[in-house]
Design a protein around this ligand. Structure first.
Ligand code: BDR
Ligand code: CA
Length: 313
């Protein structure tokens, strides 16, 4: 079977970097058409730079990296240097990137690519705030029925929030964008904190990655070591959640995950709960389902897959 065509929309971020590497390590199943960057964990200048660093680390020079929106649709940008460090990719000592960004804006690239390919052939994988994709849908509504699926990391039901008591970071940063996505009618799969908080990089799991011994594996181990320091203290558990690679793992091995088709709406008015994903997990409303909301993951299966794939780069 031909590999599934995907675009990763991202704000790297160490866990975004691991997601990109996992996709690039899986060419039999996934064809990464482009990496489109957005402001999120750190400002756009850093997220574009980090995506270029990771592309060069992987040796896959042919994948275009594009710069997208430098701020959310209506709100001021919220960043997360307290988690990811000043550059967003703190931890390993990686060389400055040499290859340039592809010309043009990520939003135009998303629109053009979706219009150029047959309908239903491109899956979008947003692992940062949803600004680029919502802006594309807003500007070119004709692309909505052309998108095969959006598989996104964001939101929470049982885990509620990480950046505020009520909201997960990616949705909180641009709730207006998230609202557009969840109302778009595009098939959506959500990988929320409920899943990623079970995908913990424990010492043993990180050691297994480090033991691969390649430059990619060492960089991944050092990246996860870096951001673990924050989440270990915050959650007081053995290992930090590895959020974004779960999106790619879902594409590779959907049977590692389980969830429910439910209605999800986004809080866009209350400052107290801004960006909350109001997920009707228990079916207490008659609002129609608009997303597959994942709730569980086989974490051992996920880390074996990740370790096996990283060894290929
Ligand atoms: C999400 O926020 C970012 O900090 C991570 O990269 C991930 O995409 C988790 O809430
Ligand atoms: Ca991210």
């Amino acid at each position: 079977m031909a590999p599934r065509k995907i675009i990763i929309d991202t704000d790297p971020g160490q866990d975004d970097a691991v997601a990109i590497l996992l996709a690039l390590a899986s060419p039999e199943e996934l064809e990464l058409l482009a990496i489109t960057c957005v402001a999120g964990n750190v400002p756009l200048d850093y997220t574009t730079r980090n995506a270029r660093i990771i592309r060069e680390l992987s040796g896959k020079a042919e994948v275009p990296v594009l710069a997208g929106c430098d701020r959310p649709m209506t709100r001021a940008l919220v960043t997360a240097e307290h988690v990811h460090g000043r550059t967003g990719l703190d931890g390993p000592d990686l060389p400055d990137p040499v290859l340039p960004l592809a010309p043009g804006h990520a939003v135009d690239h998303l629109i053009d690519t979706l219009r150029r390919h047959p309908p239903g052939t491109i899956t979008l994988c947003p692992i940062g705030p949803l600004t680029n994709i919502a802006t594309a849908l807003d500007r070119a509504p004709d692309i909505a029925p052309r998108i095969k699926e959006i598989v996104l990391m964001g939101g929470a039901y049982f885990a509620v929030g990480n950046v505020t008591p009520a909201a997960e970071f990616n949705i909180h940063v641009d709730p207006q964008a998230a609202d557009i996505i969840f109302k778009s009618g595009v098939p959506i799969t959500v990988v929320p904190l409920d899943v990623t908080h079970k995908a913990l990089v424990t010492r043993a799991r990180n050691d297994a990655i480090r033991a691969i011994g390649t430059p990619v594996a060492r960089a991944v181990a050092e990246m996860t070591d870096f951001f673990e320091r924050y989440d270990r203290t915050k959650y007081g558990q053995d290992g930090a959640p590895l959020h974004d690679p779960c999106v790619i793992a879902y594409l590779l091995r959907p049977n590692l995950f389980s969830g429910r088709h439910i209605n999800v709406e986004i809080e866009t008015t209350s400052e107290l709960t801004m960006g909350m994903t109001v997920a009707d997990w228990w079916g207490v409303t008659d609002r129609p389902a608009n997303a597959l909301f994942l709730g569980d993951i086989d974490a051992d299966g996920f880390f074996s897959l990740l370790t096996e794939r990283l060894a290929r780069l």
